[in-house]
Structure formats: structure tokens, C-alpha cells
Design a protein around this ligand. Structure first.
Ligand SMILES: Nc1ncnc2c1ncn2[C@@H]1O[C@H](COP(=O)(O)OP(=O)(O)OP(=O)(O)O)[C@@H](O)[C@H]1O
Ligand SMILES: [Mg+2]
Length: 298
């Protein structure tokens, strides 16, 4: 695949020996968009959040880990151009730099879902280091990103596990419907188990309510219940149900590019802003803690 020439190196935020000082202080930030429930807005969130981050000047990589390839389609990557993608990265047949294709959005790259990915789940079972294939492949990337976003499949399988093992945080899209909370506790347990077994950096970053319809009592009830249970882990921004959002992928465009003014696009721009604000607040806390620790040890 063609290599974009605008290689970007943000200020290094790692210790002198190259080891990250704190997950909150190192870049890139790796974020899984995950929920084992199907059709809740994972891909829509991954594509539009990635686009909104790129729009404010971040260098972003979206990794499509779903054999359905919806994120790749939503970013307008032709099937013919998907012979080098996440499957090849997972199995060491391509480097992250080779697999990352530029998109129509400046600053946004995509490692697409290639045809072979549907077989990866079974092939991974007998592969050495099977949970860390993605993490290790991405760590070898020479192009520097601010954010790496994983669009996970609707399953807690080995592909999702690879994403979680490579991530700093998980963002969970939750559709405002009756069964929304069902399975969420399972996902939260899985995050805890992955943190204990494979990746102590992993945290639940936040829950974003999707396809919200304010005229629908059930939507409001579900939103209230989720906020009651998860408190400030739930983003203030709510993504409304909006037909323009569902139209955009058929044009191979993120909704934000297809119709920036529509309520859905505006909500995703808001979400990106809220996420960056929360990230900054958490970074400030981590920096303060580091300064205090240095003061104590001096
Ligand atoms: N806010 C929204 N308003 C209207 N339609 C939406 C919205 N968000 C997503 N959709 C539509 O709902 C469907 C499911 O969304 P999406 O593909 O993002 O979910 P998903 O969780 O990635 O699904 P899967 O589990 O199959 O990967 C798609 O047709 C999408 O266009
Ligand atoms: Mg999807």
C-alpha cells in the first residue's frame, strides 16, 4: 500500500530508557471500541470518533478487527485494496506501516479488515503469543500516532482479546434499548480479567449512549439506569438516532464528512471534545502525582 509521506513525531512522552512513564502520559493512546452485542454503534463510533480526532489535528490509526469490514467500507476503502490488513498484521505477514492505508480524511489511516480475517479466530488458537500479536505488531510501527482505535467484532473472541491486550482503555457504545445492560457486566468482568491476566494498563474509559431517542420513554429510562450504575464513566455526550449517520457508510464517508451539520455528526464531534477534555484532566492528575512522587524522593 502507498506510504503517506507526512510522517509525524509528536513530542516523546516516554522516560529516557523508552519505557512509558504512565499509561496516561504515553502516546499513542490505544482505545478499543467494544461491546459483544451486535449493532450497538461500535463501528459508527470508531469511524466518527477517529475522524473527529483527526479533524482537530491528531494523527489517528483505525484498526478494523471485524471480519465484516464495516469500518473499512465506512472509510471508503475498496475491497480490492484490502489484501494487506489486520489479518496480515496479526500473522506477521505485513508490518503496521505497510498495512496502514491513508484515507480521505487527512491524518486518519486505516488498517483494513482483509478477506482472510474471518479465519483468524481459529488460526490464532494455535499461534504462539496469540493474545499479543496485535500489540507486538503495532509496537513495531515507525509512523507515530496520537490515537490508535480498534473497531472490535461483536464477540469476546481472540480478535477482541488482542485488541484489549493492546489497549489503554475501552470505550463501550451502549444502545438505549431494553436489553442494553444485559451483557454489560460480562464485558466489565472481561475487562477486569484481561487487566489481571494480560494488560495492567487496561481501564474502562467510558460508556457512550448511542441511537438515543429523547421522545422514547424507554430510551430515557435506560439512560437513567446506566448513569445511576456507572456514574461519571458515562459520557455526558449522547449520540442521537439520526438517519444521516446510517446513510453515510454507503457513500464510503464518515458521517462527519458526509454531513457535518447533522445532529449525529455534531454529537460525535462533541464526544471527541469530551474525550480529549477527560484525557487532559487525567493526564494532569498523573503529572501531579509524578511531581509529588519526585518531590518525596528528592
Ligand atoms: N446514531 C445513529 N443513528 C442512526 N443509525 C445509526 C446510528 N448509529 C449507528 N447506526 C446504524 O445502526 C447500524 C449498526 O451500527 P454499527 O454498524 O455502528 O454497529 P456495530 O456495533 O458496529 O455493529 P456490529 O456489532 O455488527 O459490528 C448501522 O446500520 C448504522 O448505520
Ligand atoms: Mg461493527
Amino acid at each position: 500500500m502507498t506510504q503517506p509521506s507526512d510522517t509525524y513525531f509528536p513530542a516523546a512522552e516516554t522516560a529516557a530508557d523508552g519505557a512509558p512513564t504512565s499509561p496516561r502520559l504515553s502516546y499513542p493512546r490505544y482505545i478499543s471500541i467494544s461491546n459483544q452485542k451486535g449493532g450497538v454503534g461500535k463501528t459508527t463510533t470508531a469511524v466518527n470518533l477517529a475522524t473527529a480526532l483527526a479533524a482537530v489535528g491528531k494523527q489517528v490509526l483505525l484498526v478494523d478487527l471485524d471480519p465484516q469490514g464495516n469500518a473499512s467500507t465506512g472509510l471508503g476503502i475498496d475491497r480490492a485494496d484490502r489484501d494487506c490488513g489486520s489479518y496480515e498484521l496479526l500473522f506477521g505477514e505485513a508490518t503496521a506501516d505497510d498495512a496502514a492505508a491513508p484515507t480521505k480524511v487527512p491524518g486518519l489511516y486505516c488498517i483494513p479488515s482483509s478477506m482472510h480475517l474471518s479465519g483468524a479466530e481459529i488460526e490464532l488458537i494455535d499461534t504462539e503469543n496469540r493474545e499479543f500479536r496485535l500489540r507486538d505488531g503495532l509496537r513495531a510501527a515507525t509512523r507515530r500516532y496520537d490515537y490508535v482505535i480498534f473497531d472490535c467484532p461483536p464477540a469476546l473472541n481472540l480478535l477482541t482479546l488482542n485488541a484489549l491486550a493492546a489497549s489503554d482503555g475501552v470505550l463501550v457504545p451502549l444502545q438505549c434499548e431494553f436489553y442494553a445492560l444485559e451483557g454489560l457486566s460480562h464485558l466489565v468482568n472481561t475487562i477486569e480479567r484481561v487487566r489481571d491476566a494480560f494488560n495492567d494498563r487496561l481501564e474502562l474509559l467510558g460508556i457512550v449512549l448511542t441511537m438515543y431517542d429523547k421522545r422514547n420513554n424507554l430510551s430515557n429510562q435506560v439512560a437513567d439506569n446506566v448513569r445511576e450504575f456507572f456514574g461519571d464513566k458515562v459520557y455526558d455526550t449522547v449520540i442521537p438516532r439520526n438517519v444521516r449517520i446510517s446513510e453515510a457508510p454507503s457513500f464510503g464517508l464518515p458521517a462527519i464528512v458526509y454531513d457535518m451539520a447533522c445532529t449525529g455528526s455534531q454529537a460525535y464531534i462533541h464526544l471527541a471534545r469530551e474525550m480529549l477534555k477527560r484525557e487532559k484532566a487525567a493526564r494532569d492528575v498523573a503529572l501531579k502525582a509524578m511531581a509529588t512522587a519526585e518531590g518525596v524522593s528528592a
